[in-house]
Design a protein around this ligand. Structure first.
Ligand code: ADP
Ligand code: MG
Length: 349
């Protein structure tokens, strides 16, 4: 098994926050703008937040606290979390925080939007493959068909501040939590009056504004086939979120590779012909859930949904090595030199 930090695709190709301080000997009483970057570990991944402005250290520390708070509510493995309590008390209405109720509601909206390709009730199936512990194995057909009979997400009930699951169902919001956290952190940073920041939660990137000089950020997208990058996307104020089969996988006793994005139709790793999907959107939770779901759905259905929705853009790489971008990325996507021979198809409405 290999868990390549999905991340740090955010090769900041240019120096992000170049120092530009006003002269303190002149502006004695004027608070100074500063640049701050903090890196930390949360939600099972490496995170970093960089910002420029006034009181940035305070804003970043508040943002970090918010991420830890969300993690303590949403972690499926922490027995005290809302999610773990919901899972252990199936059949009962469990009182949860506003954030937990909101994320479960949003997850189910995304499930409806994607025809069930995004499904937080897949947790027992992920466990049967060993993705929850790292103790991997291939479940039998019988095990899978039994588990598949209890993943009907429409039976998850959210009423006011309670969540109720049917007997035996368990949920995991890991496919949407980092996106949700990006949205929350962005709000904290923007509310502090900070106009330029880059939030990287394990490769799920949320941009605040532009670079300090007003130009777009350039985000490097991980090469699904190697350690380099597939290309860059230039963007301002957007969430840029990628899901790929390369992020977490194991090789079974049969010599085949099994990855962590499950197709709720089969209970097996999705084999839709895609290696990675990047979603660019104003909404990070949406981009996060969509990246996972569109990976399951495959290129054609992903494009169909893009045509219907119109509030996100896509970059996809297929198992055959072809690259597809939706037309909104035509001017902002640049393929890396490693892929200069690749076929980049621009999809129009
Ligand atoms: P990561 O969290 O590794 O960056 P994703 O956002 O793509 O990647 O989420 C993948 C995680 O979502 C899996 O590790 C698993 O916990 C969960 N998951 C897997 N398949 C699905 C699915 N079809 N719907 C919702 N969540 C899923
Ligand atoms: Mg996701």
């Amino acid at each position: 098994m290999k868990k390549r930090c999905a991340l740090l695709m955010v090769v900041l190709l240019t120096v992000i926050l170049t120092a530009c301080r006003s002269d303190s000997s002149i502006n004695i009483d004027v608070p100074l703008e500063s640049d701050e970057t903090e890196q930390f570990f949360a939600m099972d991944t490496i995170m970093s937040i960089s910002a420029r402005g006034f009181s940035v250290a305070e804003a970043i520390s508040e943002a970090k606290e918010e991420i830890y708070r969300l993690e303590s509510l949403l972690s499926v493995t922490d027995p005290g979390s809302d999610i773990a309590t919901i899972n252990s008390e199936t059949g009962h209405a469990v009182i949860v925080s506003n954030d937990t109720a909101a994320i479960v509601t949003k997850a189910n909206e995304m499930a409806n939007l994607t025809g069930g390709a995004f499904n937080i009730a897949m947790y027992p199936i992920l466990r049967s493959w060993g993705f929850t512990t790292g103790d991997y194995s291939i479940p039998s057909e019988d095990t899978l068909s039994e588990l598949l009979s209890n993943i009907d997400y429409s039976k998850i009930s959210v009423k006011a501040d309670t969540v109720t699951l049917p007997q035996g169902m368990e949920i995991d919001v890991g496919g949407i939590a980092k996106g949700y956290a990006c949205d929350a952190v962005k709000e904290i940073i923007v509310n502090k009056g900070i106009k330029t920041a880059i939030i990287n939660l394990g490769g799920d990137v949320q941009l605040v504004g532009s670079r300090p000089n007003g130009s777009a950020w350039r985000i490097a997208i991980q090469d699904p086939n190697g350690d380099g990058y597939l290309g860059t996307i230039s963007a301002i104020d957007k969430a840029v979120i990628t899901s790929g089969s390369y992020e977490r996988y194991f090789v079974g006793a049969d010599g085949k590779t099994y990855h962590h994005i499950m197709d709720p139709a089969t209970g097996r790793p999705a084999q839709s012909g895609l290696l990675s999907v990047t979603v660019v959107s104003d909404s990070a939770y949406k981009a996060d859930a969509l990246a996972t779901a569109l990976f399951v759905m495959g290129r054609e259905k992903a494009i169909e949904l893009w045509r219907e929705q119109g509030d996100f853009e896509l970059l996809m790489m297929t198992t055959r090595g072809d690259v597809y971008i939706t037309e909104g990325l035509e001017d902002s996507f640049e393929i890396s030199a490693d892929y200069s021979g690749a076929n980049v198809n621009v999809v129009s409405k």
